[in-house]
Design a protein around this ligand. Structure first.
Ligand code: PLP
Length: 452
C-alpha cells in the first residue's frame, strides 16, 4: 500500500498531473531526483522565498532548485538583466563569440583563486566531465579518484559509490556503479576514497598514485558536511607532490560559500574547478576554470587548427570541448546580474546569519520535544540528522534515523515548508528574518505531529 501523503487532500491537481505525467515520462518525472512518494508536487509560480503549487498552496522554499537560486525566486535585477539582454540582442543566442562570455570569464578569474582561464558548459555535470578529461590528458593517466558519497553528475565514470553502504570505519570504500548500464571497464577506472579519513585515503592513493590522472571531490560533501581542518590541505599537498591534478567540484559551493567558493574559504587552491548552479542565476550552466597551462590543452590554436571544422579541432593534439549552447548569453546575463547582487557588502553574511538562526531554532524545537537530532552544515546549506553522533562523511548520515527524517519532511511539506524529502536545506538572500520566523512557527507545528 502506498504511504498516505500528508497533503493528499490539498494537492488533488498535483495528483492528477502526476497521473498524466507517468503515462508519458518514466516515473512521471524528467529527473529521478524530482520524484518522491506518493507523488511529487507540481509548482505553478514563485516569488522570493515562496513557491506556489497548482492547488494554490504556498511553501517557503528550502530546496531552491537544489541550491541554484542564491537570490531566491525572480530577483528583479536578474529578471531585468535577462529581459534587457534579449531585447538588446534580438535573439536568445548567437552561436558566436560575444562580449558577455569575456566579461564572465574575467569575473571568474578575478574572484575564484584557482581560476586563470575558463570554458563554459551547460551543466555542472558537463563541467566535471570536461575537468576530468583535461586532467587525464594533462597526465596521460587513465584512472580517476573520487570520494564516496560525492556527486559530480550522472555519467559513467563518476556514477560510482555516490550512494553508500555501511562499512567498517577505516575500511576503504568499495567502487560500486550507481546505475545499470555503467560498463564494468569504466567503473574499474574509478578509485573510491573515504572523505575526512586521511589515513585510509592516503593508503589507497599510495597504491594507485602511478595510474591516477585526477582526484576530484566536493570540498564540502554534498554541500553540507565540512572538511576536517587538515583534510583538504593534506590532499592538496599529496596530489601536488605526485603530480596529480586536484579538481574541486564547486558546482554546489561556488557562489554559496562566498564569492571565492570553498577554495577561498578554506585557503586550498585546486588545479581545476568545476562551477555551475548559482553561476547561471537560475538558468542551466556549468564552467571549468583552472591553471592556464592545463586549460590551454583545449585551445584549437595550439594545433594550428584555428579554423576548426564545424566540430572544432579534433586532432589528437587538441582536447575536444564544444557545445551548441556553451557560453549562452541569456544565461550569462542572469549569472552576471546574480554575482553583482552577491558582490554587495554583507550579502553572504546576511544569508549565513539567517541560516544559523534557522538551524539553531530547528534544533531547539526538536530537542525540546524530546528528539535526538542535530543540524549539520556550513555556510548557507545544512541538513537535519536524527542522531547525536558526529557527522563527518556519508556513512554517518546512513547511521542516522532516516525513517524519522522522511516522516518529518512530509509533515513539513504539509505545513508549507518545501523540502525534497531527505534532501538538504538551502537558503537565499530572500530568506530574511520574517521568512525564518515563519518557518520556525511552521516547523514547530510539523514537529508537534512527529511520532517516534
Ligand atoms: N556536482 C555537484 C557537487 C552537484 O551538486 C551537482 C548537481 O547537483 C552536479 C555536479 C551536477 O550538476 P548539474 O545538475 O548541473 O549537471
Amino acid at each position: 500500500a502506498k504511504p498516505v501523503h500528508p497533503l493528499l487532500d490539498r494537492t488533488r491537481r498535483s495528483a492528477e498531473l502526476y497521473e498524466e505525467a507517468a503515462r508519458y515520462m518514466p516515473g512521471g518525472v524528467t529527473a529521478n531526483i524530482k520524484h518522491f512518494d506518493p507523488y511529487p508536487l507540481f509548482m505553478e509560480s514563485a516569488s522570493g522565498a515562496r513557491l506556489y503549487d497548482v492547488d494554490s498552496n504556498d511553501y517557503i522554499d528550502y530546496n531552491l532548485c537544489y541550491g541554484a537560486l542564491m537570490l531566491g525566486h525572480g530577483h528583479p535585477q536578474v529578471l531585468e538583466a535577462v529581459r534587457e539582454q534579449l531585447s538588446r540582442m534580438g535573439t536568445p543566442v548567437f552561436g558566436t563569440p560575444h562580449e558577455m562570455e569575456v566579461e564572465m570569464a574575467k569575473k571568474l578569474a578575478a574572484l575564484v583563486p584557482g581560476v586563470e582561464t575558463v570554458r563554459f558548459t551547460n551543466s555542472g555535470m558537463e563541467a566535471t566531465l570536461f575537468a576530468l578529461r583535461l586532467a587525464r590528458a594533462w597526465t596521460g593517466k587513465r584512472k580517476v579518484a573520487k570520494f564516496e558519497g560525492h556527486y559530480h553528475g550522472g555519467y559513467d565514470q563518476v556514477l560510482v559509490s555516490v550512494s553508500t553502504r555501511e562499512r567498517k570505519r577505516g575500511a576503504p570504500p568499495e567502487a560500486r556503479a550507481d546505475s545499470m548500464g555503467v560498463p564494468e571497464e569504466i567503473r574499474e577506472q574509478t578509485v573510491v576514497l573515504p572523505f575526512n579519513d586521511w589515513e585510509t585515503t592516503e593508503s589507497v592513493l599510495d597504491r594507485q598514485a602511478e595510474e591516477l590522472g585526477a582526484v576530484i571531490l566536493e570540498p564540502v560533501q554534498a554541500g553540507f558536511i565540512p572538511p576536517d581542518p587538515e583534510f583538504l590541505s593534506k590532499l592538496r599537498e599529496y596530489t601536488h607532490r605526485h603530480g596529480i591534478p586536484l579538481i574541486f567540484d564547486e558546482v554546489k559551493t561556488g557562489f554559496r560559500m562566498g564569492l571565492s567558493g570553498a577554495q577561498g574559504r578554506f585557503g586550498v587552491i585546486p588545479d581545476l574547478t568545476a562551477l555551475g548552479k548559482v553561476l547561471g542565476g537560475g538558468f542551466p550552466i556549468g564552467a571549468v576554470g583552472g591553471r592556464r597551462e592545463i586549460m590551454e590543452l583545449a585551445s584549437p590554436v595550439r594545433s594550428g587548427d584555428i579554423l576548426g571544422g564545424d566540430k572544432g579541432a579534433q586532432g589528437s593534439e587538441v582536447l575536444f570541448h564544444s557545445g551548441t549552447y556553451n557560453g549562452h548569453p541569456t544565461v550569462l546575463s542572469a549569472g552576471l546580474a546574480t554575482i553583482r547582487v552577491l558582490e554587495k557588502a554583507g550579502a553572504f553574511e546576511a544569508v549565513e546569519k539567517a541560516t544559523t538562526k534557522l538551524r539553531q531554532g530547528m534544533e531547539e524545537i526538536l530537542l525540546r520535544r524530546g528528539f535526538i537530532a542535530q543540524s549539520v552544515g556550513t555556510g548557507t546549506i545544512f541538513n537535519l540528522v536524527f542522531g547525536d553522533h558526529p557527522v563527518r562523511e556519508a556513512q554517518d548520515v546512513l547511521r542516522s534515523d532516516l525513517t524519522m527524517r522522511r516522516r518529518l519532511d512530509h509533515l513539513l511539506l504539509e505545513q508549507g515548508i518545501y523540502i525534497k524529502p531527505l534532501n538538504r536545506f538551502s537558503l537565499s538572500t530572500a530568506h530574511v528574518d520574517a521568512e525564518v520566523n515563519e518557518t520556525l512557527t511552521r516547523f514547530e507545528a510539523g514537529v508537534k505531529q512527529l511520532r517516534r
